[in-house]
Design a protein around this ligand. Structure first.
Ligand SMILES: [Zn+2]
Length: 157
């Protein structure tokens, strides 16, 4: 487990329910939070609180830590790193009061298998609408996400 770097965050309300807003500015490249996980299951199944590390690798993240409240956005301000580091990194400058978000499509291959696909209301101009998983994106959409993709999804283009 890597060391948790503490940022001042609070739980607030967003359009999607509970979310996390920053109460201090965050610079591009800063580590916002560790991914706090219980275990990595290499023959696992997906759950609502897991993230995907490989075709059958699911990282269980069911403990009640702040990173469980980071919502999806199609125009996120963080990325989730799943190799070498397990953490959320700011991919642009984040202002006070902004919700901390990442793009679930950069780690999740197929959310429909567990009926976790959902209709996104992030409000960004490039919103994907129905979020079903990386598998369902067009080739161009997949390539646009390249810099933030998990190593596993990079093998799926
Ligand atoms: Zn969206």
């Amino acid at each position: 487990m890597i060391e948790q770097i503490t940022y001042l965050v609070k739980r607030g309300y967003s359009l999607k329910g509970q979310g996390v807003m920053t109460i201090k500015p965050i610079q591009k490249g800063e580590i916002v939070s560790a991914l706090n996980f219980d275990s990595i299951r290499s023959e696992g199944t997906e759950t609502e609180m897991s993230v995907q590390g490989g075709i059958k690798d699911f990282i269980d993240n069911s403990n009640d830590t702040i990173d469980n409240y980071f919502n999806h956005s199609c125009n996120p301000n963080m990325r989730l790193r799943l190799s070498h580091h397990y953490d959320f990194q700011a991919i642009r400058e984040i202002k006070v009061g902004e919700e901390l978000t990442w793009n679930y499509l950069t780690t999740e291959y197929d959310l429909t298998k567990t009926k976790e696909d959902f209709f996104c209301r992030c409000g960004s101009r490039n919103c994907y609408g129905q979020i079903k998983g990386f598998k369902y994106l067009t080739k161009d959409q997949k390539l646009e996400l390249w810099n933030h993709l998990s190593a596993f999804l990079k093998t799926k283009i």
